[in-house]
Design a binder for this molecule. Sequence first.
Ligand code: HPA
Length: 284
Amino acid sequence: MYPFDKLSRIELDDASDFLQHTFPFINSMDLVVQLGSGQSAGDLFDEEWGRIPLQRMPHVPAAESLAQHRMEIIWGRVGEHRALVYAGRFHLYEGYGRVPCLLPVWAAAACGARTFVFANAAGAINEDMPPGTWMIITDHINNLGVSPLAGHQHLLQTPYIDMTETYCRHMNDSVCRAAAKEGVTPQRGVYMANCGPQYETRAEVKLARNLGADVIGMSTVLEATTAKALGASVIGMSMITNWAAGIGDTHELAHQQAIETGKTCSTQLIAILRRWLTEDTAHL
Ligand code: HPA
């Protein structure tokens, strides 16, 4: 792990120039959606204007995703909104450091993005959140051992970011209203990110529960912290794919389960986002 690899101004400019040259009118985007394991953009767009592998972004590794993410950037229109979708992300545990995790967020923000929706797959610690549940992230615990902001003071106006309300309360409410119209009742709770790639031990899950986590995963926290630091509004949505180790009827955890549940629940995610973007985005 390279905890203090740093994003340079040149790398950031290269990546944002890439977005601007690849996608027309990107500077007018309304929001960015980043998808996780098993999740696909499916029928999100009314009009798709462009699609390109994420690995074409400068300073991002050419490697395939270990987590079997699609690793695409898709640009288009949803209702009256212009949306950029990152179908996939890099994770710290892939060993490329922080830059490939942060650059997509930083580059989109440099192109004007002010709202980010981060979706992920997670294991449930809270027994009221069985697999198949959606959880709106109200707060997070960074247990990755590294901040995405450390060493990035050359790109930030201040390194001391208020994280009291990282996830936008108003938008959480409006996403929940959109979900209800789609027949989905999301829970709300706290997401803890561990580095992975191994799943947690039972003892680690117990510790996470005692620390106040409802669900546990290996992503999102770096990206959400970065978006918050860049002044954006952030929404986080966890799709519960399994009970965390030692919870419920857990036998053995397998990534394939996340992929399979992800595929099933991906349709719900797209329906919720479409409903939200076409009917209830007063806060966007
Ligand atoms: N732990 C960590 N990450 C995960 C899990 C889990 O149980 N499920 C999906 N991503």
